[in-house]
Design a binder for this molecule. Structure first.
Ligand SMILES: [Fe+2]
Length: 487
């Protein structure tokens, strides 16, 4: 195991694990409901080698794909590296070859032209395929059963965009998948692709538009008739990149924008709405149409939540003082409206989750994670240094938070996945990895299954994962029937 820089990105829970693991017949406390059969996939960044630079590279750690498989025969866990071209090049060399986050000008000459993406952000399951995504490149396809990498995925050669977002949206009725790629034709470009693939995964539309500026566009939403494209002033600059600098610098003084594209129409009919200056969001919960407007429920921050992105923009705000809120942004469809209207809904947080069946539609139930400022201190780890310790439940119709679950001291919770229930009136289940610190550098890990009808009740089941785990980014639940259908 190589040694790593002694900085928070590689200490505590962030300490690299550096190996592939398979664990069988895991111990389950409680009872896993019979209707929960399937696999929980997660994207886990875990660097094989100490990076050449240390200040911004957590986002560049090698992607691993983990699978918790729940069947009538028991529960198994497995995690493997995604065999990206970058991972293979570095493994062959026995050291890190690539440079700063999304700056190829800082790479060693040996890897010029090698695909730099690390597939470490979201496992996306659609049309029987499991894609490991990251927004700086195209995804890698992985076998959902063996977790072996099949290869770089380009929609059978159909896609022209060089990038695809890690946050896609799937229409529950048609099962069409909507996504986009920014910097679609090169580094620091304003060009954005907007794509639709059908229920079989065939790319049926790819259009391009020019954004207001080259922005970090991490997530987007669909409503019944629109794609909702957020643009916040975290910007790339090609001259800064050529000088070996940061890919992103936040601009506190520029406007944010929301673009509405007719979902199955033309980007030429895109309509822009101006939002506040300097704000930034990584993740959005849902969008829906009501009363002649498109509403977007979003985790907003007063600046970029990553310190290295603020610092690159000359913004010196301590992490705890960034500020933000869970908000509803409303884009009125009436003629002449040019600005968003903002309604607060709850305290700041991130990692929103809704039922897949509610995507793009008026909805009631949503959940997200936060750090409770009045609760026990959060565990150290993750990309911003502290991990979530509270689950929030919202009622979107009421437009407010209606419940919360505080995790016990020394516990952290990762992003939830939602598993639907077939029982009438049942809100389904929530599943997540829970980390517990039990010593200076000792942690226990479990998967918790909660009843969404009562998030404060004891977990229905806790599944022990007897191996060190590194914090994940995003996860995805795939039911057993969907997995069987693709074999
Ligand atoms: Fe994300």
């Amino acid at each position: 195991m190589p040694s790593f820089k002694e900085i928070p990105y590689y200490q505590f829970l962030n300490k690299p694990v550096g190996k592939e693991v398979r664990l069988e017949n895991l111990v389950v406390h409680g009872t896993i409901p019979e209707e929960i059969r399937g696999s929980h996939y997660r994207a886990v960044p875990d660097p094989m080698f100490d990076p050449r630079f240390g200040d911004d590279t957590l986002l560049s750690d090698d992607g691993m794909v983990s699978r918790l498989d729940i069947s009538d025969d028991g529960v198994n866990f497995e995690i493997k590296y995604v065999q990206t071209a970058r991972h293979q090049a570095e493994e062959a060399a026995g050291k890190a070859l690539f440079g700063r986050y999304r700056n190829p000008y800082t790479d060693l000459p040996d890897v010029e032209g090698v695909d730099r993406t690390v597939s470490n952000t979201t496992p996306v399951f659609h049309a029987g395929k499991l894609l490991m995504t990251k927004e700086d490149g195209l995804p890698y396809q992985v076998d959902p059963i063996t977790l072996d990498t099949i290869g770089r995925y380009d929609f059978d050669g159909a896609i022209r965009s060089e990038t695809m977002t890690a946050h896609v949206r799937i229409d529950p009725a048609s099962q069409k998948i909507y996504f986009y790629g920014y910097e679609a034709d090169g580094l620091a470009s304003n060009t954005v692709s907007y794509c639709v693939a059908d229920a079989n995964g065939k790319l049926i539309s790819e259009q391009f538009f020019e954004n207001k500026y080259c922005a970090m566009m991490h997530d987007f939403l669909i409503s019944e008739n629109y794609a909702v494209i957020p643009t916040f002033p975290t910007k790339a600059d090609s001259e800064r990149l050529k000088a070996g600098g940061a890919h992103w610098a936040h601009d506190q003084e520029d406007d944010s924008w929301i673009g509405l594209i007719p979902r199955d129409g033309s980007v030429d009919d895109m309509r822009w709405y101006k939002g506040p200056k300097g704000v930034h969001s990584f993740h959005m919960m849902n969008a829906f149409e009501h009363d002649g407007a498109v509403h977007m429920d979003v985790h907003m921050f007063a600046s970029n939540a990553f310190e290295f992105v603020r610092e690159a923009g000359g913004i010196h705000i301590p992490q705890q003082q960034v500020g933000g809120a869970f908000e509803r942004w409303t884009m009125d469809l009436a003629e002449g409206v040019e600005e968003v209207r903002i309604t607060p809904m709850g305290p700041p947080g991130d990692m929103p989750r809704i039922a897949d069946a509610d995507m793009g539609l008026p909805y009631v139930n949503g959940w997200y994670l936060t750090v409770n400022p009045e609760g026990p201190p959060p565990l150290l780890g993750g990309p911003v240094g502290a991990l979530f310790n509270m689950i929030m439940q919202i009622n979107a119709q009421a437009g407010q938070v209606v419940g919360a679950r505080q995790m016990p001291p020394a516990h952290a919770i990762s992003e939830l996945v939602h598993i639907p229930s077939s029982k009438e009136g049942h809100m389904g289940y929530l599943m997540a990895i829970v980390d517990q610190q039990v010593g200076d550098d000792e942690y226990l890990h479990e998967t918790w299954i909660l009843d969404a009808n009562n998030i404060n009740a004891d977990p229905l089941a806790r599944i022990e994962i007897p191996h060190r785990l590194r914090p994940q980014v995003h996860g995805w639940w795939v039911s057993q029937d969907k997995l069987e259908a693709c074999q």
